[in-house]
Design a protein. Structure first.
Length: 182
């Protein structure tokens, strides 16, 4: 297991351990389904009692976790995200399909208007949940699972709000598809 130095505050560093041993993902289904080598590496870090930082991503879910022990206090930050709302149109088209059942292309102005409304409604495509967590491996995994559920729930809430925005656009006749554009 290799490490790099991680600056967590000005003038303060901690070893950032690669529990994935160079692999892209540390777990397959969710954040707690760790691959055997990742689990062994994480258990070693937890048992060491030393301060550390590590992170891993889930292969099949849009989830990641950063785990840090600083001055003996263990903190986890779990991130969840959906398709990109700001750089890609995929999430908007998912919402259009859910709201209307239509698959046609929207005009660029309509996509921009939906994005603007989503921005005003403070919708995002990413959320992070952070808290202090237990040092015990099994309790830690339970807590990370609960945190992932909470982060997913927030992303789903935002997505459902996006669907409602699309429904509102449709009810007002402002959902303009390319073939309907003048």
């Amino acid at each position: 297991m290799n490490f790099t130095d991680y600056n967590y505050r000005i003038g303060k560093t901690v070893k950032n351990w690669d529990i994935c041993d160079g692999a892209d993902y540390g777990s397959k289904w969710g954040l707690t389904d760790l691959y055997p080598n990742c689990e062994a590496n994480l258990r070693t870090l937890l048992e060491s009692g030393e301060d550390f930082c590590t992170e891993w991503y889930s292969k099949k879910e849009l989830l990641s976790v950063v785990l840090m022990r600083i001055s003996g206090k263990l903190t986890a930050s779990v991130s969840a995200w959906t398709d990109d709302l700001w750089e890609s149109d995929d999430l908007i088209y998912d919402a259009v399909w859910e709201a209307t059942g239509r698959e046609e292309c929207l005009t660029e102005d309509t996509v921009s208007a939906i994005r603007d409304t989503a921005f005003e409604a403070e919708i995002d495509d990413h959320t992070c949940v952070s808290c202090d967590v237990p040092d015990d491996y099994d309790k830690l995994m339970d807590t990370i699972s609960e945190m992932a559920d909470a982060a997913d729930k927030e992303c789903n809430k935002w997505y459902q709000t996006l669907v409602e925005i699309v429904k509102e656009f449709d009810s007002l006749g402002e959902l303009v598809f390319s073939e309907n554009a003048e």
